[in-house]
Design a protein around this ligand. Structure first.
Ligand code: PLP
Length: 390
């Protein structure tokens, strides 16, 4: 009994204790939390679509037509017309034969990976891949080879050593969720071809944001047709909720029959499907293009400002801009002081990032205002100096 309390004390002592802040009200980039309005720099609602009038209207219409819940899993009576429409649209968006909606990104990764590989197979996983990918790999019981972040020469060596026995799957984030850098997709495609492996890309942070038409990291590198399994989420840039796999007819058909998180779970509500369809309409429109340009100019301005002030922002080249402090307690102090001053930036500590990699994770949104970002830069520079971070 006492051991949990002891563990919690231990987390507190090491500056690793986690808790939740209660959001009372949220309007685009401003949220009312702990009695005050704060500017959000920690939302993955990158394009600001979560409260877009078209998404809200689509969701309400769907509720009126189908109700708030489906009452069954997809293979029973939980597949509505809207689920099918969304899957057809996602397949077209990603340029694949078919797509399949999952209940969340976490459910997608823990469903897809164990369906594709199992005992006797091998999965090659970047060290900085998202926790849900790691959990999917562990659940699969395939041999797990974690290669150093984006290190293609180590990956090649492991493929040479391990190839030939069973199936091989290479899995990587497209945009790394805590560093904001990109996976070298061209090199990954070349390796998967050479060694006859499957390649799966989790584009939770790239879909809707990267590429000329918002199709994601694979479009950015012009390798859309070379990825075997595109995984993406609908709860970030899409402003909705859920996730998807886009792949060949054969792979999707197999997932329908084998992905346990797909089979054994009540399907997402129709309102969410309708909101995701509306999000795709916007992402594929001129408005979407304008939002992506605005977001890109924000992240360049913000990242360059932080670098000029002397902060370590790693190799970020997206809307995710890390500010490394290296120390969990310093990170949480930095975050707390910014919060006091009206800016909410989440501190990220181990085990989410490696030991020594504690950081603030700044996330930009298209609906931020340049003048607000300028103020945040000044505030971060002053606070960073005071805390001895720069
Ligand atoms: C957020 C995220 C997920 C999980 O998606 P949810 O829909 O939030 O469960 C998976 N992979 C990556 C890289 C993510 O950033």
């Amino acid at each position: 009994m006492g051991s949990f309390a002891g563990e919690l004390d231990n987390l507190r002592e090491r500056g690793l204790y986690r808790w939740m802040r209660r959001v009372r009200d949220a309007r685009k980039t401003v949220a009312h939390i702990d009695g005050k309005d704060v500017l959000l720099l920690c939302s993955n609602n990158y394009l600001g679509l979560a409260d877009h009038p078209l998404l809200k209207e689509a969701a309400i219409l769907a509720i009126n037509r189908f109700g708030v819940g489906t009452g069954a899993s997809r293979l029973v009576s939980g597949t509505t017309d809207l689920h099918c429409q969304l899957e057809e649209r996602i397949a077209r968006f990603k340029g694949t034969q078919r797509a399949l909606v999952f209940n969340s990104g976490y459910a997608a990764n823990t469903g897809i990976i164990p369906a594709l590989v199992g005992k006797g197979d091998i999965v090659f996983c970047d060290r900085l891949n998202h926790a849900s990918i790691v959990d999917g790999c562990l659940l699969s019981r395939a041999r797990l080879e974690r290669y150093p972040h984006n290190d293609m020469s180590v990956l090649r060596r492991r493929l040479e050593e391990e190839g030939g026995r069973g199936r091989s799957l290479i899995v990587s984030d497209g945009v790394f969720s805590m560093d904001g850098d990109l996976a070298p997709l061209r090199e990954l495609v070349a390796l998967k071809r050479e060694f006859g492996a499957m390649l799966m890309i989790d584009d939770a942070h790239g879909a809707g944001v990267l590429g000329r038409t918002g199709r994601g990291t694979a479009e950015h590198f012009d390798v859309q047709a070379d990825i075997d399994i595109h995984m993406g989420t609908l709860g970030k840039a899409f402003g909705s909720f859920g996730a998807y796999a886009a792949a060949s007819e054969e792979i999707i058909d197999y997932l329908v029959n084998r992905a346990r998180s797909f089979i054994f779970s009540t399907s997402l509500p129709p309102s969410q499907m309708a909101a995701s369809l509306a999000a795709l309409d916007i992402i594929e429109s001129a408005e979407g293009e304008e939002l992506r340009h605005r977001l890109a100019s924000h992240w360049e301005f913000f990242r360059d400002g932080l670098r000029a002030a002397g902060f370590d922002t790693l190799k970020s080249e997206t809307q995710i801009v890390p500010v490394v402090t290296g120390d969990p307690e310093k990170t949480m102090r930095f975050s707390a002081e910014l919060f006091e001053a009206g800016v909410y930036v989440q501190g990220i500590r181990p085990p989410t990032v490696p030991t020594g990699g504690s950081r603030l994770r700044c996330a930009l949104m298209a609906c931020h205002e340049s003048k607000d970002l300028q103020k945040v830069l000044e505030l971060m520079e002053n606070t960073g100096k005071r805390l001895g971070i720069i």
